[in-house]
Design a protein around this ligand. Structure first.
Ligand code: PLP
Length: 457
């Protein structure tokens, strides 16, 4: 009863992110009611292994009492403190310091946001400010990668290169440019890592020539493209692009909203890639989704250029909830849990996950298996030789998602037949094995679909 009335209330009032509004009204919401470890329970009592950590964010897993305690303690003591007017709070200051200590290189300055989109949006503002400060205000053109995702803010959605975020919104803006992605499985230059890196370098050089070397402000990349389908660049790709940006005098922004905080293994994927970007953005795993928070890291040079230019004037960028004490208290506790064993468990679980997914490699529908750490994908095809995607009528994002759900597994099913995995780092061996077994069952069932069968002959 409760669940039925919730479905009606949801239908009538709650506007869902990135949804077909009419489609959602027709299907109705699925209500989640509780969770523990890597398991979520829906309002009907169905238990599922959350193979996607909510929205690749609950890295620590569900039900950590110490996080709840940290939030409650902070709420009792000081539920809010503005960071405007020269004010501050202990958890936010400590968190900035702890993060700066762990971040690559001299990314020593942290601006807190509420999530990833406003972190990206903030970088755009800071970059404009930086170039004005340097006396190069004409550097106002931005480049990002096709199939990249950089959030859904008014400007960030135009750096994002996924059609659904553009259609009907009048973006991208004319200062937002794209170059092809590295997408190893479907790269026109083939799958040789060096050829892919060379092609990306050439594409960036060409785009900068086309736009004008004196016009390009910044280049954005995710260490692994998440929402574009978990696209893992060849080893050395991030470093090569970072070095080229330095050579071309373009700022390099590593968008680690998904990849940070153990998702790929370490706290920051940039550490594995051996780079120090000019800006680094995080969110999601920063608080493991328990409360909303994101952050922008900037290097000493960027910070000092902005600070010196502003002098006694205010740098006019701020949010009411920047450096929120409750979110910071949660982030500090989450960080303690990561370093107290969760990162290590995530590395082990990630290896088991990859091994398990690889065991699906001979399934007739599996074309590609890729990933790093606890971030992985399998790409489904109907012809392995030709890499033919599942037919649109197979409606993978709905049908496979629903089927996995029925089998007790939450995954991300992309419209093109890529299945994404980003389980909590707390996963046990049993959780990981359940993810793999339930995926196999889901694939076997999908293979029996008449439209999929028809596409295979
Ligand atoms: N950047 C990346 C790489 C992301 O994956 C996301 C969200 O998935 C964002 C930015 C936007 O973050 P949010 O949804 O917290 O606004």
């Amino acid at each position: 009863m409760l669940s039925n009335s919730l479905i009606e209330l949801d239908r009538a009032h709650l506007v869902h992110p990135v949804a077909s509004y009419r489609g959602h009204e027709r299907l109705g919401v699925r209500v989640l009611s509780s969770a523990s470890g890597a398991t979520v329970t829906d309002a009907t009592g169905r238990q599922l292994v959350d193979g996607f950590a909510g929205l690749w964010c609950v890295n620590a897993g569900y039900g950590h009492e110490s996080i709840v305690e940290a939030a409650a303690r902070q709420m009792r003591e000081l539920p809010y403190a503005t960071a405007y007017f020269g004010l501050g709070s202990e958890p936010a200051i400590r968190l900035a310091a702890e993060l700066a200590e762990r971040a690559p290189g001299d990314l020593n300055h942290v601006y807190f946001t509420l999530g990833g989109s406003d972190a990206i949006d903030s970088t755009v503002r800071f970059i404009h400010y930086y170039h004005h400060a340097k006396g190069t205000p004409r550097k106002d053109q931005f480049i990002s990668l096709e199939q990249g995702y950089h959030g859904s803010s008014t400007v960030g959605a135009g750096l994002t290169a996924l059609p659904a975020f553009h259609a009907g919104f009048g973006i991208p803006f004319d200062w937002q440019h794209k170059i092809p992605t590295h997408y190893t499985y479907r790269n026109p230059v083939g799958d040789d890592p060096q050829a892919i890196i060379a092609a990306s370098l050439m594409a960036l050089r060409r785009k900068v020539e086309e736009v004008g070397a004196d016009r390009v402000a910044a280049f954005y990349a995710e260490p692994i493209q998440g929402s574009g389908g978990v696209l893992v660049p060849p080893k050395g790709w991030m470093k090569a692009m970072r070095d080229l940006c330095r050579e071309l005098d373009i700022l390099f922004i590593a968008d680690e909203v998904i990849t940070a905080f153990g998702r790929t293994g370490p706290l920051f994927a940039c550490a594995e890639d051996d780079i120090v970007p000019d800006f680094l953005t995080v969110a999601k795993g920063l608080t493991s989704g328990y409360v909303p928070m994101g952050a922008v890291f900037m290097t000493d040079h960027i910070y000092n250029t902005i600070a010196d230019s502003a002098g006694a004037s205010a740098v006019g960028h701020g949010y009411t909830y920047s450096a929120h004490p409750v979110c910071a208290a949660v982030a500090l506790e989450v960080l303690r849990l990561y370093e107290g064993g969760l990162l290590e468990n995530g590395r082990k679980a990630g290896a088991r996950l990859m091994e398990g997914l690889k065991s699906l490699g001979d399934h007739p529908l599996v074309g590609d298996i890729r990933g790093r750490g606890m971030l992985a994908a399998i790409e489904l095809v109907t012809d392995k030789e030709r890499k033919t995607p599942l037919p649109a009528v197979a409606d993978p994002s709905r049908r496979i998602f629903d089927r996995a759900w029925e089998n007790g597994l939450v995954i991300r099913a992309f419209a093109n037949g890529v299945l994404g995995y980003a389980p909590p780092l707390c996963c046990t061996d049993r959780d990981i094995d359940a993810i793999v077994d339930r995926t196999r069952k889901t694939l076997d069932q999908t293979l029996e679909d008449p439209d999929v069968r028809a596409a295979m002959v």
